[in-house]
Ligand binder design. Sequence first.
Ligand code: TRH
Length: 379
Amino acid sequence: MHCDLFCNVIDNFGDIGVAWRLARQLDHEKGWRMRLWVDDLKSFARIEPGVDANAASQTVGRVEVVHWVPGVAAPDAIADVVIEAFGCALPHHYQQAMAERQVAPVWINLEYLSAESWVEGCHALPSPHPRLPLTKYFFFPGFGEKTGGVICEAGLTRQRERWQADAAGQAAWWQARGVAPRRGAERWASLFCYENAAVTPWLQHLASSGTPWRVLVPASRVLADVARALGQEKLAAGDSVRLGQLQVDVLPFTDQAGFDRLLWSCDVNIVRGEDSFMRAQWAARPFLWHIYPQDEDAHMVKLDAFLERYTASLDGATRDALVTAQHAFNRHRGLAEHWDAFIASTPMLTRHGWQWAGRQLVGGDLATRLVHFCENRLQ
Ligand code: TRH
């Protein structure tokens, strides 16, 4: 099966993060020949060091990666399956060539992940082209068997369990990256979120708390809020600063496997967007999600839809602690005040995280559901 996957990077790393993860999985696990068209190779190279940001065409792993200049670069051959990630528009001449192909390709629009219930009614709906004999299908990632599912590589749980059981291996891995080993009862948190005014008082709260905390921060948009808490003018990758009970280590960006290891190493993870949000769930540890902000607070509806599902089987006190902390963080105020209650509920949330992660793959992961869907259409 040949597949062209198109990705237009709107901002940050989530668009390419999801597209790259899916391209690799379809290649490695499903045996598809993947060609990934990306309009922003610089962002891609930040999360995949094997990418040459200046190459018009290259092979990374076994995936063919093409620098897509919309309106200029046009695919020469039409694949069996054509995926446009997040509604990026396909070139008109490519659509024309799709229509002229002897067997029309399966055309998929891969949508953003949402836990909202309407997703079940919209997943897999066809949309006939207004002029050409082509049909595009909306493929909605989601939670539940009537959606497109969520991205998860085969064997990920085993890899995570091996990592989390190997304290010496973890210490060696971190030491090789200049991060000192865990000190006694020290707890670790990762912080990968957008700018957020709740971060500065929260870090100051950790600095004066009864527990030693290490916060590991990939060098990203939140750094100014972190620097403010520590009384620093600026922070950069490699910096390590102490304030009372708190030590903050600023990390360089790594590839996606390295990012997983960060999440697997921490007691609590703070993540954002779409892909790191899912990776925190696969880490099976308590997490806070800084959801991508949208106009008119539309993101708060999405946040609540997720929290409703995620907390459905939790007891009232644990649910309240989690939901209150999530709301405070996403409203950019009050995380410091609600942090201790959230942390007190982490033993329950850790157990819950394990069960939740296991349940999300009933009905298959996203790549498996996508392959079945495309194969059925092609028959
Ligand atoms: O970067 P994000 O905020 O991305 C997105 C985009 O903004 C997108 O337009 C928006 O619609 C979406 O959010 C909701 O967050 P996300 O999705 O978590 O993507 C981050 C990616 O970066 C993820 O694949 C993990 C990866 N990553 C690394 O590979 N190495 C690193 O060191 C870090 C910190 C992240």
